[in-house]
Design a protein around this ligand. Structure first.
Ligand code: CAA
Length: 265
């Protein structure tokens, strides 16, 4: 069991997905940097909770005041994958968090060790890498900085179990396990389709029906977001296909922008 009180900084798909899952345990507070992102987050959490058979007892409160996060015991930073942005948010969280509180990051590709140092409390810090869509994906990759205390490790593991997730402790290496292995495959699917003039639908159908994947690689890139995918590629040292960069330049970022390899009407 875990009686952590969750606070989440960020309003993207991962932050809102985590808030949705957190509410199956108890109240969750979400920090939004603007009124517009707060509105989007409320709508996203509501939509995600409506898909759950049992959305749980918790209320999700979205706020733009750091002070409203004070009562939490487990703070999760889930903002843009930029070290400076994450570092600034972790600094704010450290000032509002009580001395025993744990700080976490959902980074998918940055160094947990470096973010732990930026947080000011590396002994109570963890990389908590959840997957999209958070309510549906069972895995959490847990990456601890070298300074993480046994109590931090135990509490992070207990929280994952309470959220009904399977935690696997992974090395603090770029991309951890899943992204390091997944993205070279996704990018090679793009290159293959380009090289042979194949339609995204056909490549995706092959991998869905031939390899038993729930989504084909091009649909999955759209789902993750092409900008996020390119950032992951750069962090893990995988060559980002020119076609992905071209789509990003056109503002076609995948599902979230209405167009990527596919059109989302
Ligand atoms: N909460 C939130 N969103 C949900 C959801 C839930 N409980 N269940 C489904 N979804 C979303 C989908 O994103 C999609 O969104 P729209 O509302 O915009 O249509 C829609 O619901 C489709 O869901 P369906 O239930 O119709 O589809 P499905 O039953 O076939 O399952 C899926 C959808 C779970 C996404 C499945 O296709 C799947 O497992 N795909 C692979 C996902 C994957 O590999 N994720 C990892 C990506 S890598 C990553 O996340 C790491 C990183 O660091 C970037």
């Amino acid at each position: 069991m875990s009686d952590e009180r969750l606070a989440i900084a960020g309003t993207g798909a991962i932050a809102c997905g985590l808030a949705t899952v957190g509410a199956t345990l108890g109240d969750v507070v979400v920090f939004a940097r603007s009124d517009a992102s707060a509105e989007r987050a409320r709508a996203s959490v509501e939509k995600q909770r409506s898909k759950l058979e049992d959305p749980g007892p918790g209320a999700v409160t979205v706020t733009s005041s750091w002070d409203d996060l004070r009562d939490a015991t487990f703070f999760v930073e889930s903002v843009a994958e930029e070290p400076a942005v994450k570092g600034a948010v972790l600094g704010h969280l450290d000032t509002v968090a009580g001395p025993d509180a744990i700080l976490a990051t959902t980074t998918s590709s940055l160094s947990v060790g470096e973010l732990a140092l930026a947080s000011g409390r590396p002994e109570r810090f963890v990389g908590l890498h959840v997957f999209n869509p958070v309510p549906r994906m069972k895995l959490v990759e847990l990456a601890f900085p070298p300074q993480a205390s046994p109590d931090t490790q135990q509490r992070a593991t207990a929280l994952c179990a309470a959220l009904d997730k399977t935690a696997v402790v992974v090395p603090d290496a770029p991309g951890f396990v899943v992204n390091k292995l997944l993205f070279p495959y996704l990018f090679s699917a793009v290159e293959f389709a380009e090289q042979h003039g194949m339609r995204p639908e056909d490549v995706d159908e092959c991998m869905k029906l031939g390899a038993g994947h729930p989504m084909g690689p091009l649909a999955l890139l759209d789902f993750v977001g092409l900008d996020v995918s390119a950032a992951i590629g750069r962090e893990i040292g995988a060559a980002v296909p020119a076609r992905v960069e071209a789509l990003i330049a056109e503002g076609a970022l995948g599902r979230k922008s209405g167009r990527g390899f596919y059109n989302y009407g």
